[in-house]
Design a protein around this ligand. Sequence first.
Ligand SMILES: NC(=O)c1ccc[n+]([C@@H]2O[C@H](COP(=O)([O-])OP(=O)(O)OC[C@H]3O[C@@H](n4cnc5c(N)ncnc54)[C@H](OP(=O)(O)O)[C@@H]3O)[C@@H](O)[C@H]2O)c1
Length: 284
Amino acid sequence: MTRTLVIGATGTVGRPVVAQLAATGAPVRALTRNPAAAQLPPGVEVVQGDLTVPATLERSLDRVDAVFLVWTAPRTALDAALDVIAARARRVVFLSAPIKTPHPFFQQPNPARDLMLAIEQRIERSALEWTFLRPGIFAANARHFWGPQIRAGDLVRWPYLSAPTAPIDERDIASVAVRTLTEEGHGGKEYVLTGPQSLTQREQIAIIGDAIARPLRIEEITPDEARQGLLASMPAPAISMLFNAWAAALGQPAHVTATVADVTAAPARTFAQWAADNAASFTS
Ligand SMILES: NC(=O)c1ccc[n+]([C@@H]2O[C@H](COP(=O)([O-])OP(=O)(O)OC[C@H]3O[C@@H](n4cnc5c(N)ncnc54)[C@H](OP(=O)(O)O)[C@@H]3O)[C@@H](O)[C@H]2O)c1
């Protein structure tokens, strides 16, 4: 049975990947820099490791066939980490982004795109069998975007309210990841993953209001005003990346794919489903 190492196991996508892999009964090893804080399900083997410390990866990869790779570490650690992974594992599934999809939302220049491309090229040059997952914007971002304002009251002030996106539920990204990690036939595939609907940001906020049974007042503000408010919780380059993408998204529907359903044989969850299942994050 395939033994999988999940790198990024405590993160937004890694956590459901670990849970869903564990539910299949396959051996799962979860890598984290801090096992004491990991809070992963019983039955999961939790190991201490760091992408910037290759020796910790080496021991984590003992008897591992497949690696699920989320990369949020510095770029300088890339070559050494990939050398170790390629020497020990057979297959990697990398959480990338839709950097090759010709929709303006995905085509704004930014350092994160450059890093994704560099990682993909490094993986392609290795002997690993690879699959690249290319999810669009995560539904889970809504917790960071609007959670603070919704928990504080009924008014949400936000820029680019008419910008449409197709947020994907992190559990659906995980379901595709589990298929590609555990089944044959996904080598060399690049899966562009989105939610099932194009929704403006205004519509997404209203859907959260429905999920928590509180009508929200939604007010458009300028990007400059929004930037000032967000700087306390988000790095400036991440804010610029989002604002440029939303500005470019205006005026056409979001890019929507059927890939979640094609790979998993189950329909992608709607944003309304995500909001209903995550309502507590907006109320407590
Ligand atoms: N948000 C979006 O809308 C979106 C859309 C498309 C693609 N993406 C891509 O998705 C990725 C982020 O995924 P995510 O949201 O699931 O991540 P996340 O929630 O930020 O979690 C990152 C994980 O990486 C681990 N980590 C950080 N530094 C590490 C290191 N040096 N060594 C080992 N592990 C380390 C952390 O684990 P510990 O702290 O436990 O070690 C954590 O579990 C990014 O590459 C992003 O570009 C995001």
